[in-house]
Design a binder for this molecule. Structure first.
Ligand SMILES: O=C(O)C1=C[C@@H](OP(=O)(O)O)[C@@H](O)[C@H](O)C1
Ligand SMILES: C=C(OP(=O)(O)O)C(=O)O
Length: 461
């Protein structure tokens, strides 16, 4: 936990004095950092992770891999040996793979990536690896991963819970092979089996048999990152059978990976430009990416902003300019579910109703996000109803009050967006943003320092 994440129990969400004008450098992607750590740990040679995210979820991942024997050295380079071929400076983690072993203990916190991606890694360790986590982690779906690993040859003691806590009795190797899995409650089930699959004796074939599959960009991210470390992957989007992914058994290369900024964590800052009629630039926005946050260009444009991606001498960046108007949206968010809280916050301030669809699985995220958003926005005077798979949001003039966050980082940032243009909003436990963005309160305050009287705040002001 960094100093800036020690916050009062109720954090007065700062109001924007006018149009927000800022450039905000966003730390590395959680999803890329945690995949990068796993792939580097399973490689046949050391590798680098540059500009990794340093947050609760990624530090839990690093600690867990260390507990199983991996060397992860955290360096900050100016011009030292840690600098890359391109003269990279900044934070870089050197990952030194080793024979994985137990006994080891893994604290998953409430990180989906840690609780789903690491049991397959632990099955490769020589010895028992015990997994435990926050109370909420016991409720998040994991049974399908446990069952799939058993089919692939793993021994797992979960006392019939199909959930945490559990112990993987690692045997030093795993047969692997073909397995069916219903991943309709989380794409992370598929990613989990693929990420370690190249190291299974027979590789892995994962066949999704459920009715729907959320968060496809995150599965694409898994496939792309596997290919980048030399794995051979067959998958539906490049001509493979629908709903089937295959990773062939192979050694993995140690790579030098620079982590992209977390585009989902860029969301509240872009939203600040949208709801205040301002302009926010995010440096290093990639031209092509598998991160779901890239969909914000389209979604926030439909909601009234305009987005410009540009390349300058300093690199690429994305600038969102608000028009002073915020429109409602009818959108299927199944591919980009983690953007829902921030979109709901903007929608509550819009000039027309919104329907957010395709995100029933959010009920099993950090908290029940559909219930939490409904309750908290309504307690500020809003009119939100839950549907079977999403939310209807009818904007109303909002007022101040406590915005509860339920240990959910994206609830805290969603409440902060509303607080920009609605006076008297207090965020309960804003420190929960440490899950993926520990410096959020300071970054938010810094962003607002540059706010100037401009076209004005949104409809909820
Ligand atoms: O693989 C990943 O890195 C993630 C996949 C998604 O999970 P679900 O498919 O469970 O929504 C996403 O919501 C989560 O924040 C990160
Ligand atoms: C759903 C999320 O996280 P997790 O990786 O814990 O599933 C999220 O970050 O929005």
């Amino acid at each position: 936990m960094t100093e800036s994440s020690v916050q009062p129990a109720l954090w007065p969400a700062p109001s924007a004095r006018g149009a927000v004008e800022a450039t905000v450098t966003v730390p590395g992607s959680k999803s890329v950092t945690n995949r990068g750590l796993i792939l580097a740990s399973l490689a046949a040679e050391p590798g680098w992770l540059r500009r990794p995210l340093r947050s609760r979820d990624s530090l839990l991942m690093a600690d867990a891999l260390r507990a199983m024997g991996v060397g992860i050295e955290e360096t900050v380079s100016s011009s030292s040996a840690a600098a890359g071929r391109d003269g990279f400076t900044g934070e870089a983690w050197r990952v030194i793979p080793a024979g994985l072993y137990g006994p080891a203990t893994v604290d998953v916190g409430n990180a989906g990536t840690v609780m789903r991606f690491l049991p397959p890694v632990a099955a490769l360790a020589d010895g028992p690896v015990h997994f435990d986590g926050d109370p909420r982690s016991y409720e998040r779906p994991l049974g399908a991963v446990i069952e799939a690993l058993r089919v692939l040859g793993a021994r797992i003691d979960d006392e019939g819970r199909g959930a945490l806590p559990l112990t993987v009795q690692g045997g030093g190797a795993l047969d692997g092979g073909s397995v069916e899995i219903d991943a309709s409650s989380s794409s992370q089930f598929v990613s989990a089996l693929l990420l370690s699959g190249a190291r299974f004796n027979q590789g892995v074939e994962v066949r999704h048999v459920g009715s729907s599959l959320p968060s496809m960009p995150h599965i694409r991210m898994t496939v792309d990152m596997l290919r980048a470390v030399g794995a051979q992957v067959d998958e539906p989007e490049t001509g493979g059978e629908p709903n089937v992914w295959r990773v062939s058994p192979s050694a993995l290369l140690g790579r030098d990976l620079t982590v992209e900024p977390d585009l989902s964590n860029a969301q509240p800052f872009l939203a600040a430009a949208l709801v205040t009629g301002g302009r926010v630039t995010i440096p290093d926005w990639p031209e092509h990416t598998t991160q779901p946050g890239d969909a914000l260009r389209e979604i926030f444009t439909a909601m009234g902003g305009s987005c410009e991606w540009a390349v300058t001498n300093e690199g690429s960046s994305l600038t969102l300019t608000g028009s002073g108007r915020i429109h409602g949206i009818d959108v299927d968010l199944s591919e980009v579910g983690e953007l829902t809280p921030g979109i709901a916050a903007v929608a509550a301030l819009a000039d027309s109703p919104s329907t957010l669809r395709g995100v029933a699985h959010l009920r099993l995220h950090e908290t029940d996000r559909l219930a939490a958003l409904t309750k908290e926005i309504n307690e500020l005077g809003g009119d939100v109803t839950e549907t079977a798979d999403g939310l209807h949001i009818r904007p109303r003039p909002l007022h101040g009050g406590v915005f509860h966050t339920y240990d959910d980082h994206r609830m805290a940032t969603a409440g902060s967006i509303i607080g920009l243009v609605v006076g008297g909003v207090e965020i309960e436990n804003v420190g929960t943003t440490a899950k993926t963005l520990p410096d959020f309160p300071q970054m938010w305050t810094d962003m607002l320092a540059g706010a100037s009287p401009g076209p004005g705040a949104g409809a909820g002001a």
